[in-house]
Design a protein around this ligand. Structure first.
Ligand SMILES: Nc1ncnc2c1ncn2[C@@H]1O[C@H](COP(=O)(O)OP(=O)(O)OP(=O)(O)O)[C@@H](O)[C@H]1O
Ligand SMILES: [Mg+2]
Length: 46
């Protein structure tokens, strides 16, 4: 099975589970906080 994809680090690391990635997703945040950059990275992982 594909490995979990690290998407953020806070107090704990946050991972996207590839088996759940055929659902819709939402990237939200204030301007300039990395939404577009994250979407580009995640697309590369798939
Ligand atoms: N995790 C990160 N670490 C360091 N710099 C980052 C990180 N994420 C984004 N940046 C930098 O922050 C800037 C804004 O990122 P990005 O364009 O992805 O934000 P955005 O949320 O899509 O902004 P907007 O709301 O204006 O579309 C870019 O210069 C990017 O290189
Ligand atoms: Mg953007």
């Amino acid at each position: 099975m594909a490995e979990p994809i690290l998407v953020a680090r806070s107090k704990e690391a946050i991972f996207l589970l590839p088996k759940m990635a055929n659902r819709h997703g939402l990237i939200a945040g204030a301007t300039g906080t990395g939404k577009t950059g994250h979407a580009a990275n995640a697309r590369g992982e798939f």
